[in-house]
Design a protein around this ligand. Structure first.
Ligand SMILES: *Cc1c(COP(=O)(O)O)cnc(C)c1O
Length: 440
C-alpha cells in the first residue's frame, strides 16, 4: 500500500490539458490573434448565467477595476469587505473610489448587510460584496438595500463560480458580477477573469477600455504556469508523501522560517499607487478560453463532491464547543471551496494536526481595515480581525478522498478530547492541592 497519506491541503484544478494548451500557444498561437474561441466561451458563459453579457478579462481584479470605474463618479465611496485580497482594494482606488470598510459577520466571513446599510452616505457610489469561500453573501438582501438608495451593487464572485442564492447564480444578482479564472480557483485558465452583466451602458464603457489593452500578455501567464508546475509536482501524491510533506512538517514543527515562509500562502500585496499599473492592461487569449471551456465540464461535479465533504465535516464536528463551523447548506448557496472553520486557538490546533501527520492550512487574508497601507481609510472591524486570526481551511478539493476527510475529523476530535481531559485533570490536581493544603 503506497497510499499511506497524508494528502496536501490544496491541489490545483489544473490538468495535463492546461499545460498542453500553454505549450501550443507558445509554439504557434501567440502570433495569431484568434478571438473565435473567446466568443464561444463568452457565449456559453452568458447562457450559463442567463445574463445579457459575459466578457473575459485578463484578471478578476481588473474586472473589478473596470466595473467600479464604469459605475461611480471619481471621489465617491465604495463600501466593501476588508477581508479580501489587498489588490482588490487598490483596484477600487485606481478606479477613482474611496474604500469604506464594512465589517464581516464572524461565522460567514462575508460582509454584513446591516453594516452596509449603516455606512451608506449621499456620497456612496457603489457597494462591492465578496462571496467568500463559495458562500453566497446575502446578495439579495444587500441588493434590496442598494435599490432603496439607488446605489449599484458589484459582486466579487472570484471564489464562487457555480454558487446560487435562492436559485439565482451569484454574480448575476447585482449590477455587475466578476469571477476569477486564476490558477488557484475552481476554473483555472492560469490567469483570467469574467465580467457578467445585463447593463449595456456599463458593458459599453468596459469594452471601450479593453480595446486599448495589449496582446499577448505572455510574461504574466508564463509566470503562473511555472508556479503551477512546481505546485502540481510537489502535490502529486507520492512526491507529497515522500518529500514535500516531511519537509513541510519538519520545518513547521522546528520553526524553520526559511522554509515556512515559502510554504505559507501570504496575503497578496501590491504596491500602492494612483493609477492602474501597465501590466494589468492586457487581454484574455484564445488558448485560455479553450482551457476554460473544457474546465466547465467539471465544475458542477466538483461542487457536488465538495458539498459532500463539507457534510462529513459538519456531522463530525458540529458538537465541538469552541469550533465555529460555516453555515451548513445543501441548496447550492455554499460550495465550500474549502471548509472554512474558526477556532480561537488556531495555531495550537494546526500544530497538533501536523504532529499527527495531517496537512491543513490557516486562512491567508488579512483585514485591510487596519492595515498600514490603507491607514487613510481605517475603520474598526473587529470581526474581520477575528477571522484573520482564527480561520482554518480544511481540504475539500475533489481529488482529496473521503477517507482523508474522515481522518481530519478524527484527529480534530482527538485534539479536543485531549484538551478536555487535560482541563479535567488540571482541575482535579488543583482540588487535591487545595485539599492537601487545608489538611496541613
Ligand atoms: C482570487 C481573488 C480575487 C482576484 O482574482 P484574480 O483573477 O487573481 O485577479 C479577487 N477577490 C477574491 C475574493 C479572490 O479570492
Amino acid at each position: 500500500m503506497l497510499n499511506f497519506g497524508p494528502n496536501p491541503k490544496n491541489r490545483l484544478y489544473t490538468n495535463l490539458n492546461s499545460y498542453l494548451e500553454f505549450l501550443s500557444f507558445n509554439l504557434i498561437g501567440q502570433f495569431q490573434k484568434d478571438s473565435k474561441k473567446i466568443d464561444t466561451f463568452e457565449k456559453v458563459l452568458a447562457e450559463r448565467f442567463g445574463t445579457e453579457y459575459a466578457l473575459c478579462v485578463y484578471q478578476c481584479r481588473l474586472g473589478i477595476y473596470l466595473a467600479v470605474k464604469a459605475l461611480i463618479k471619481p471621489g465617491q465611496e465604495v463600501i466593501l469587505s476588508p477581508y479580501t485580497i489587498v489588490d482588490v482594494i487598490n483596484m477600487v482606488i485606481f478606479a477613482g473610489g474611496r474604500p469604506v470598510f464594512a465589517d464581516v459577520d464572524h461565522q460567514t466571513c462575508n460582509i454584513s448587510a446591516s453594516e452596509v446599510e449603516r455606512l451608506i452616505t449621499p456620497n456612496t457610489g457603489a457597494v462591492l460584496i465578496t462571496h467568500l469561500h463559495g458562500l453566497a453573501a446575502e446578495a439579495h438582501r444587500i441588493k434590496e438595500i442598494c435599490d432603496r438608495f439607488s446605489i449599484p451593487m458589484i459582486e466579487d464572485a472570484a471564489q464562487s463560480f457555480g454558487v446560487k442564492e435562492d436559485g439565482k447564480p451569484v454574480g448575476t444578482i447585482g449590477d455587475v458580477g466578476v469571477f476569477s479564472f486564476e490558477m488557484h480557483k475552481n476554473i483555472p485558465t492560469w490567469l483570467g477573469g469574467l465580467i457578467v452583466s445585463d447593463r449595456q451602458d456599463v458593458v459599453d464603457k468596459i469594452r471601450a477600455e479593453l480595446k486599448n489593452f495589449s496582446y499577448p500578455p505572455l510574461p504574466g501567464i508564463a509566470q503562473k504556469v511555472k508556479k503551477g508546475l512546481i505546485q502540481d509536482l510537489a502535490s502529486l501524491p507520492l512526491i507529497f508523501q515522500l518529500f514535500t510533506y516531511p519537509i513541510i512538517r519538519f520545518s513547521y514543527l522546528h520553526d524553520i522560517e526559511f522554509i515556512n515562509s515559502k510554504v505559507r500562502r501570504k496575503p497578496q500585496t501590491s504596491k500602492p499607487g494612483k493609477e492602474l499599473p501597465e501590466i494589468y492592461k492586457s487581454q484574455y487569449t484564445s488558448f485560455q478560453a479553450r482551457i476554460g471551456l473544457s474546465q466547465l465540464n467539471n465544475v458542477d461535479r466538483d461542487i457536488k463532491t465538495r458539498i459532500e465533504y463539507a457534510h462529513i465535516y459538519h456531522e463530525g464536528l458540529k458538537d465541538i464547543e469552541g469550533l465555529v463551523l460555516p453555515p451548513s447548506r445543501d441548496d447550492g448557496s455554499h460550495t465550500y471551496l474549502w471548509f472554512p472553520m474558526l477556532y480561537a486557538q488556531r495555531e495550537d490546533l494546526i500544530k497538533f494536526m501536523i504532529e499527527q501527520g495531517r496537512h491543513v492550512g490557516a486562512g491567508h487574508f488579512t483585514s485591510a481595515a487596519d492595515s498600514e497601507q490603507f491607514a487613510e481609510f481605517y475603520r474598526d472591524c473587529p470581526n474581520a480581525k477575528k477571522v484573520e486570526k482564527e480561520l482554518i481551511y480544511l481540504p475539500t478539493y475533489p481529488r482529496y478522498s473521503r477517507r482523508e476527510v474522515e481522518k481530519n475529523v478524527e484527529i480534530i476530535r482527538k485534539y479536543f478530547l485531549t484538551k478536555v481531559i487535560t482541563k479535567q485533570q488540571t482541575s482535579e490536581i488543583a482540588k487535591e492541592l487545595v485539599y492537601e493544603t487545608s489538611k496541613s
